[in-house]
Design a protein around this ligand. Structure first.
Ligand SMILES: [Zn+2]
Ligand SMILES: [Zn+2]
Length: 331
């Protein structure tokens, strides 16, 4: 936290990822207008309340330092980090979107559904999330039992030591296993222990797609398919999933994700258009250790996407320039 706390104390424009070179002779001190049409969005991130390694406050400070204007905190199955994140965001003038990432089992596969702009007081949503946390705890105990059979002692306490919040995830087991010398790094540890056909794998039975989208929608939010390219589905299965998601009332798909290549983003933009889904973008940031996923680094949405934030009222639309041009061609 302290390493980035000193980056916010004066001019925020210097933090905008180098897009605004200071070598120009332009000597204006305050070049930014009050309303902009180029806000920088990162709508998927994690804190220590789930499996991230930065506290909500440190996460928001880092997002601000990275030039993010609008940040969604989307911890797995928990919203407890949002109060702290919101207080820091207010201090920095950053817009915080209350979010969550819900684990779903659909057709035997685990999916993640992000909820954006949720009312965190909603009782139905919170009851659902509490149930998922209980499932996670039971799964964690079973992972530990299986690892013990494999000769690894103390995995439950070890994983819990890495979990600062109420969520026990495979990532916490992974950090324990790496720390205890059972694997070299976070990428290798999953393949060695925590995925299908490995000693510490336990299939979770999470919320149904209907439940997850229903809770989010009932809480006034927009449901978003998280990192759709990461599930490695066939085109047919992905289409079936998207159709089921639409039928449940799902609104949006993460076209741009920290775990998508440019080609995958282009492919997901096609699905967004075809299924009339709003397009979202998010880094899925978990902490500075995962240097390939930085806050605010997702590329812009591909041409033709309708952004999930289009009706949030945060931006000045660029109509001033467009309207006269259209009229001119009429004449
Ligand atoms: Zn996810
Ligand atoms: Zn995530």
């Amino acid at each position: 936290m302290s390493s980035i706390a000193n980056t916010h104390n004066n001019d925020s424009s210097g933090a905008n990822s180098g897009a605004n070179p200071e070598s120009n002779s332009d000597s204006q001190n305050n070049p930014q207008p009050a309303l902009r049409h180029d806000l920088h969005y990162d709508l998927h991130s994690h804190s220590t309340l789930s499996d991230g390694t930065l506290t909500p406050e440190a996460l928001v400070r880092r997002a601000h330092a990275q030039g993010v204007d609008v940040l969604a905190l989307t911890d797995h199955d928990v919203t407890d980090g949002l109060a702290e994140a919101s207080a820091t965001a207010q201090e920095l003038g950053l817009r915080l979107v209350p979010g969550v990432e819900i684990s779903v089992t659909w057709s035997g596969v685990t999916f993640h559904i992000v909820g954006l702009n949720i009312d965190i007081e909603h009782a139905g949503l919170q009851a659902g999330l509490a149930n998922l946390r209980a499932i996670r705890t039971a799964r964690g105990e079973e992972i530990a039992r299986r690892l013990e059979k494999h000769g690894i002692e103390g995995a439950l306490a070890g994983a819990q030591a890495f979990a600062a919040g109420p969520i026990l995830s495979r990532t916490h087991f992974a950090r324990f296993l790496v720390d205890a010398g059972h694997a070299k790094d976070m990428r290798k540890v999953f393949k060695k222990f925590l995925v299908h056909n490995r000693p510490g794998y336990v299939a979770g039975e999470w919320a149904t797609l209907e439940e997850a989208v229903g809770w989010i929608t009932a809480a006034g939010g927009q449901a978003v398919i998280a990192h759709p390219a990461r599930y490695r589905l066939s085109a047919t299965r992905l289409r079936q999933f998207i159709e089921a998601f639409k039928e449940c009332g799902g609104a949006s798909i993460e076209v741009v994700s920290g775990s998508h290549s440019a080609g995958e983003a282009a492919g997901m933009a096609q699905y967004a258009k075809r299924y009339e889904l709003l397009a979202s973008c998010g880094s899925d940031y978990h902490g500075p250790e995962q240097s390939w996923q930085e806050l605010g680094r997702p590329m812009p949405l591909p041409e033709g996407c309708v952004p999930v934030w289009q009706d949030w009222g945060l931006e000045e639309r660029q109509q001033v320039q467009q309207v006269p041009q259209e009229k001119a061609t009429d004449g």
